[in-house]
Design a protein around this ligand. Structure first.
Ligand SMILES: NC(=O)c1ccc[n+]([C@@H]2O[C@H](COP(=O)([O-])OP(=O)(O)OC[C@H]3O[C@@H](n4cnc5c(N)ncnc54)[C@H](O)[C@@H]3O)[C@@H](O)[C@H]2O)c1
Length: 335
């Protein structure tokens, strides 16, 4: 491996564009050498400041001699195939969540990585690097709240140009919250129950506001509220109850202003702003882990298990009852 990690980015939209810029401008030890997007103009715009090459095919980028490691930030349905191609090429990759859109795809990636016998993939479940979430994790690990018993998460989004289906709310968005519940409670999901409602009256068959209850294998409980059309901006937070107390994320980064009989605080408009620091820390940690050959962070196994719980949620919406989640034996490479 070279001293400077030469990184290629596939998909240069909101997320991939940010990762590419963070690699180029914020990550010592890494260089952006290649980008690919089906929108050639968008790819060229992201490539230009770094002097990176523009590819028209993701597989060509993965195979390129000028690329040591890959960031996959193209649409959800492309992740599993591109991650498998990185494994075939023996190249480390930061794969955006979800790892796949169906469980067979996710299992295939996990199996392929386990067969290689060493971790090459990290999944973009980036709350793991958000300082506010990390502070909660540290408090839980220190024993500040005693035995963790309950998790409450909220994930409120501005509306998207194309509103998601009920299943997409779970597979695309709630996987983050499922990861947080597993990570902070230190346990696996054994059952999922989802109820919801519709905010947009023209889409009565789709739930853009969902409330998920997760039962953990050890008996702890988690609730997750995902709102895909909040009407006010973007907000993510967690609160944990334990046998001796509670801990929660600090409310917002922004100052509280009191004036003329009012108290006001701005809410971040979107995920790029709310998690700007987390995205920088995430790629820096990923690059360092690749350069030092010490894989860390969320794994393909996390990608598989968060997707399994999300899809159980989709099944719960369909059937109206709680749905069990199977946790297969953990392949040894995942510790
Ligand atoms: N970890 C996070 O916090 C986070 C946040 C947002 C999005 N994401 C994930 O990142 C991925 C991209 O999301 P986004 O918000 O940037 O979407 P986006 O629509 O802004 O960007 C997607 C880009 O991929 C390109 N594209 C489409 N098909 C492609 C293909 N087959 N090969 C290569 N490029 C292709 C599009 O032209 C577009 O530029 C998604 O998987 C999403 O779930 C993760």
């Amino acid at each position: 491996m070279t001293e400077q990690l030469r990184v290629g980015v596939i998909g240069t939209g909101g997320m991939g564009g940010r990762h590419a810029r963070n690699i180029d401008a914020q990550t010592p030890g890494a260089r952006l050498t290649a980008v690919m997007d089906i929108d050639a103009d968008r790819a060229a715009e992201v490539a230009e400041p770094a002097g990176a090459a523009v590819f028209t095919d993701g597989h060509d980028l993965i195979g390129a001699g000028s690329v040591d490691a890959v960031i996959i930030a193209s649409p959800d349905a492309t992740h599993a195939e591109l991650a498998a191609a990185c494994l075939d090429a023996g190249k480390p990759a930061l794969v955006e969540k979800p790892l796949a859109t169906d469980l067979t795809g996710a299992a295939g990636v996990v199996e392929a990585e386990a067969k290689r016998g060493r971790r090459l993939l990290q999944v973009g479940l980036m709350r793991h690097y958000d300082p506010q979430h990390v502070a909660v994790k540290e408090a839980v690990d220190r024993g500040d709240i005693g035995r963790p018993l309950m998790f409450r998460g909220w994930h409120r989004n501005p509306p998207e140009a194309r509103p998601p289906t009920s299943e997409e709310v779970l597979v695309n968005a709630a996987v983050h919250d499922i990861y947080s519940a597993r990570w902070l409670l230190g346990d696996e999901v054994s059952e999922v129950f989802v109820r919801g409602t519709t905010i947009n009256p023209e889409r009565t068959d789709q739930w853009d506001l969902q409330l998920m209850t997760l039962t953990m294998a050890g008996g702890a409980i988690a609730t997750v509220e995902v709102n895909k059309d909040s009407g006010f901006g973007y907000e993510v937070g967690v609160e944990m109850s334990g046998s001796r107390g509670m801990v929660s994320t600090a409310p917002h980064h922004t100052p509280v202003i009191r004036r003329e009989g009012q108290m006001r605080q701005s809410v971040e408009p979107d995920w790029l702003e709310r998690f700007a620091t987390a995205y920088v820390i995430e790629v820096q940690a990923w690059v360092a882990s690749v350069l030092h050959d010490r894989p860390e962070g969320p794994t393909a196994w996390d990608g598989y298990l968060t997707l399994a719980a999300a899809l159980a949620g989709a099944m719960s919406i369909e059937t109206g009852v709680p749905v069990p989640v199977e946790t297969p034996d953990r392949p040894p490479i995942y510790g």
